[in-house]
Design a protein around this ligand. Structure first.
Ligand SMILES: C[S@@+](CC[C@H](N)C(=O)[O-])C[C@H]1O[C@@H](n2cnc3c(N)ncnc32)[C@H](O)[C@@H]1O
Length: 413
């Protein structure tokens, strides 16, 4: 049972409105008699009829179901399931490619102003612009989570729901995944297929199975994937962390090394290091007289890093939580350069404070959540550090997600 909002907008009610700016989360903001409405399937400036999907205290969510006055940036979604009430996997299928980049740039800027304390002038100076990766907007996703419900319907989940939307194939999925039949509950049809790995989990009545491109068939036991990135071959457990877009790992590695410019003989930390993507590049740059310490908490990440970086004697892999490793001084300065690539929640104030105290000459912060990144930038700023450069990358076309690499410099720099 949903409660009516203050104005009385109720679930399923339709309201005509003018769409305002983009907001984090894949929707735009609108106001109806002062009431905030977060509208999906819309674009800034459009006049639409929106249907209320959720009512909350202080705001409602809605889908644009009829577009009365379309934006010039509106396109026909290439996927037939990307529409109100259907698949929740993509947020921006109705948005032209360049406008998707502008959308993400606007979100990055807005978060850095609102949560990061930066000014528009500073952001103009940083020239924040989200860039596309090679390969286009479709066929990039190397992991897809298909779901099957109790009625045996297979597909993807509806937006903010556990309801399964049956689909034939996911257009943003990697071709190796698109060529497969959509899953069966037993996964039986996959066993003979190429390029799959299944990681099953159950949420309520819905079974979710992750399919990973790049696994040689037949799959038996814990599957491994091979990747090529940053000029190296990688072998990883299929369920270990690795960037989802095929061009992402090399793009990020190049950006990090470019911004940090590690020098021979320097000491580097790769925090939240996963299988060692950044540590590998750092080790090459600091050379035999330098040192790289990778810190990773997940067992399979640690094992993958030890295996994949075995040829790099400058690298030490520390199995620990970053917070603990810093607080208990399992890693201590001096350190010259740091790569910080935390999960969506960000590094957090204790880690930021410990890093500032360690005194590196530069930190490259790789961030997948603009809000968490902006909060950490604010903490750095409180310690006298500044965001000296920022690059944005569209590692997740058609979705609301965006990746950033920021260069943070200490007060003396
Ligand atoms: C965004 S991924 C980055 C991995 C790696 N840098 C890469 O680019 O492939 C974040 C990594 O942090 C690890 N992680 C999450 N929380 C952690 C923590 N508190 N301490 C150390 N590692 C953590 C995850 O297991 C994951 O490997």
């Amino acid at each position: 049972m949903t409660e009516p909002s203050e104005r009385g907008l109720a679930e399923a009610e339709r309201v005509e409105l003018t769409v305002d700016a983009v907001a984090p989360g894949g929707h735009c903001v609108a106001r109806v008699d002062g009431q905030v409405v977060f509208v999906r399937h819309a674009l800034p400036g459009e006049r639409v009829i929106a249907e209320v999907t959720e009512v909350h205290r202080g705001f409602v969510r809605a889908d644009a179901v009829t577009v009365l006055d379309p934006s010039p940036d509106r396109v026909e979604p290439p996927c037939p399931y990307a529409k109100p009430g259907a698949c929740g996997g993509c947020d921006l299928q109705h948005v032209a490619p360049d406008a998707q980049l502008a959308w993400k740039t606007a979100v990055v800027r807005e978060q850095l102003v609102r949560l990061g304390g930066l000014t528009d002038v500073e952001l103009d100076r940083l020239d924040v612009r989200v860039q596309a990766l090679p390969g286009g907007l479709l066929g990039w996703r190397s992991r897809v989570r298909y779901a099957v419900d109790a009625a045996d319907r297979a597909g993807l989940l509806k937006h903010r729901s556990h309801e399964v939307v049956p689909i034939d194939r996911c257009r943003i999925a990697h071709p190796a995944i698109q060529q497969l039949p959509v899953l069966t509950p037993t996964g039986a049809r996959w066993s003979a297929a190429e390029a799959v790995e299944t990681v099953a989990s159950t949420g309520g009545d819905v079974t979710v199975t992750e399919i990973r491109a790049g696994v040689p068939a037949p799959v038996s036991g814990p599957a491994e994937v091979r990747e090529v990135a940053a000029g190296r071959d990688w072998t990883l457990p299929a369920s270990a962390f690795w960037q989802v877009h095929p061009a992402a790992a090399s793009t990020l590695s190049t950006a990090v090394l470019d911004l940090l410019d590690p020098q021979p003989g320097e000491i580097a930390w790769d925090l939240y290091g996963g299988a060692g993507l950044f540590a590998a590049g750092l080790a090459e740059r600091v050379g035999a007289t330098g040192r790289v310490t990778l810190v990773e908490a997940a067992g399979q990440g640690v094992a993958a890093a030890r295996e994949n970086l075995a040829d790099l004697p400058a690298v030490e892999v520390v199995s620990a939580r970053v917070e603990t490793a810093l607080a208990r001084r399992r890693i201590t300065g001096p350190v010259d350069v740091v790569v910080l690539d935390p999960p969506r929640s960000g590094a957090g104030a204790p880690v930021v404070r410990a890093l500032a105290a360690a005194g590196p000459r530069a930190i490259a912060y790789v961030a997948c959540d603009p809000a968490a990144f902006a909060r950490d930038v604010r903490t750095f700023a409180g310690l006298g550090w500044r965001l000296a450069a920022l690059r944005g990358f569209d590692l997740f076309p058609m979705t609301q997600h965006v990746e950033q690499v920021g260069l943070l410099l200490p007060p003396t720099a």
